[in-house]
Write a protein that binds this ligand. Structure first.
Ligand code: SF4
Ligand code: SF4
Length: 96
């Protein structure tokens, strides 16, 4: 049976940092005005589906981040400020 993204994310424990978001969109107006023609690639290159396009803005579910760092190079406008989570926060692999 094919595994869904939710099945795969279940194999990873993530300790969220409620005080500090480690990902931010630098210029939201670029997402709105310049990235539509490129189909907003962050909404499909992120393996954890952290980015979604809703109500004319990118929402960032940073607590699902797997720390693969693809978004630092994947955004065609270098519009994502990605920092690793603070020490002791973030991914903690359960299996493997
Ligand atoms: Fe915004 Fe970059 Fe995502 Fe495009 S790929 S919608 S510019 S964050
Ligand atoms: Fe998604 Fe990887 Fe960026 Fe985290 S680091 S938001 S998993 S692309």
């Amino acid at each position: 049976m094919k595994k869904t993204i939710e099945d795969k994310l279940f194999t990873v424990a993530i300790k969220p940092d409620e005080k500090k978001n480690h990902i931010s969109i630098i210029r939201p107006e670029v997402c709105l005005r310049q990235c539509g023609d490129l189909n907003r690639p962050c909404t499909f290159f992120c393996p954890a589906k952290v980015y979604t396009w809703e109500n004319d803005a990118i929402t960032v579910a940073y607590n699902n981040c797997l720390e693969c760092v693809t978004c630092r190079t994947g955004c065609p406008f270098e519009n994502i400020d990605y920092q690793y989570p603070r020490g002791s926060f973030g991914v903690q692999y359960k299996f493997g």
